[in-house]
Design a protein around this ligand. Structure first.
Ligand code: SAM
Length: 258
């Protein structure tokens, strides 16, 4: 069944309105007509089964038939901080991370980044990334769309550590040397040594194609990050965040079964 996210102001008490590209796609591509049913979410806490009352490429009006409580969101909020990768790799990280259950994405700059950071270009790319996150969230039947933060500098990222319960810095050097602590050990140690948190807020930091400098690793650790390995193989930048996210959700029992 087709699903759409709408802005909170389009989600009324008994009726919802779909506008813009979604209305156009529903009518022109999906041939939506009065009487059809689909699922609508406001991307925060409200999801409903609706029946179409009126359908035009500009606006669709639908009656709320039933409020749905199925919550597909993980009980851990995991944000992937991804050092800006080349070409369209970020789109893959966002699409797959959204399907798997990422809470948010923070693109950031690091020393060995291969791409040249261009603020104007990034602003356009963030629009595209938001579109990818919305489509992936609809396809994955999520209740919310992961947020994509503006590109941060290395220092801005480090200063944000305090707003997370746990910061994991994926350091290929550690992992490669096989002496790094894996995600599982890092989580177990954190769970043992910290007060219980109902919805752990975790930051997972991934380097670009050029990886991290020892200085960045030392600065991150000094600011409270835990260096973790993702196994003894070197993963591509676009693979590492997806693997780290999956490990975290697996360990938190969110990948099916406890
Ligand atoms: N310096 C790496 C090399 O030797 O080829 C390249 C960096 S790797 C392509 C990109 C990022 O993915 C790393 O900075 C790290 O954050 C993460 N990563 C890749 N493999 C990893 C591993 N085995 N353990 C931990 N992090 C890893």
């Amino acid at each position: 069944m087709q699903r759409y996210f709408v802005a909170a102001e389009q989600f009324g008490d008994s009726e919802i309105r779909i506008i813009g590209e979604d209305a156009h796609h529903a009518v022109r591509v999906m041939r939506t007509k009065p009487g059809d049913k689909f699922i609508v979410s406001d991307g925060q806490s409200r999801t409903a089964l609706v029946t179409v009352l009126e359908a035009s490429p500009m606006v669709i009006k639908a009656q709320i038939v039933e409020r749905l409580s199925a919550d597909s969101e993980p009980s851990w909020d995991i944000t992937i901080a991804q050092s800006l990768p080349k070409s369209d790799k970020m789109e893959l990280v966002i699409q797959k991370g959204t399907e798997i259950g990422a809470y948010a994405f923070v693109p950031f700059q690091s020393e060995r980044m291969v791409v040249q950071y261009d603020a104007k270009k990034e602003a356009k790319r963030i629009d595209r990334w938001n579109k990818i996150a919305k489509e992936a969230a609809e396809q994955a039947h999520r209740n919310r769309i992961p947020s994509i933060e503006p590109v941060q500098s290395w220092q801005e990222l480090i200063q944000s550590f305090g707003s997370y319960d746990l910061v994991l810095f994926c350091y290929e050097r550690e992992g490669h040397a096989a002496h790094g602590r894996g995600v599982r050990l890092a989580i177990r140690e954190w769970l043992e040594n910290s007060a219980a948190v109902s919805t752990p807020n975790v930051l997972l930091i991934v380097g670009s194609e050029g990886g991290f400098t020892d200085r960045e690793a030392a600065e991150a650790e000094a600011a409270g990050a835990v260096l973790v390995g993702l196994g003894r193989r070197i993963l591509r930048t676009e693979t590492a965040g997806i693997v780290g996210l999956t490990c975290l959700l697996y360990e938190s029992g969110e990948m099916g079964g406890a």
